[in-house]
Design a protein around this ligand. Structure first.
Ligand SMILES: [Mg+2]
Length: 207
């Protein structure tokens, strides 16, 4: 295995910090204001549409004609969003010891990715960072997002390990012929049938 692609949120840090839950709350707030509906209605509409689109922003762009991605991302990723996140002091050395080319593939914008990586002490660990804007708002689990990433890396799916906390993202990569691993620290997906880990420390056995 020569390439490892990591999702960022709830993959390179634990979901127990609640950072992504807070992002979801702000996404619903933003959507409710934008569509002029209640939080409950916004939450229900998002839940129904997110299955079709990789991200809420993709849904709002495609179906609601909303294009101000900068305003959206500034709202859902405020500057202090990483405050609750605790650094794993040994993670950087562990990742570097894997002796593979490491990259990040995130459905978030680059500003968020950089802020979190900096907070986690992981700057400089990743060769390439594929964020939502670099992918031109085409997000996981869409095939084009993976095709673009693999082509940019000059990598083959079958020689690449991809780790994400969302089953449909992992399954999409497996469908392309890649090796996909679900990270599921709290066994949120007990029925998931493919390869699964609770901690990134288990990755070595897949290399
Ligand atoms: Mg994630």
């Amino acid at each position: 295995m020569t390439d490892i692609l990591f999702d960022l949120d709830n993959t390179l840090y634990s979901s127990r910090f609640g950072l992504e839950d807070n992002v979801t709350v702000r996404i619903i707030e933003f959507t409710a204001k934008l569509l002029n509906v209640s939080h409950e209605e916004a939450a229900a509409a998002r839940l129904a549409r997110i299955k079709k689109y990789g991200t809420t922003m993709e849904w709002l762009r495609t179906e609601k004609g909303f294009t101000d991605g900068d305003a959206y991302y500034r709202y859902i990723h405020p500057e202090n969003e990483a405050a609750a996140l605790k650094r794993d002091p040994e993670l950087k050395a562990f990742l570097q010891s894997l002796d593979c080319r490491l990259s990040v593939l995130s459905n978030s914008p680059r500003e968020h990715v950089d802020r979190i990586l900096s907070h986690l002490g992981l700057l400089g660990v990743f060769s390439e960072i594929f964020d939502l804007k670099r992918l031109n708002y085409i997000s996981k689990p869409r095939r084009e997002a993976f095709d673009f990433t693999l082509a940019a890396l000059g990598a083959k799916a079958e020689e690449t390990l991809f780790i994400d906390d969302i089953p449909r993202n992992v399954e999409a990569f497996i469908k392309l012929g890649g090796r996909g691993i679900l990270i599921d620290e709290f066994n949120s997906h007990p029925d998931y049938k493919n390869d699964k880990i609770k901690s990134l420390r288990e990755l070595r056995r897949f290399l």
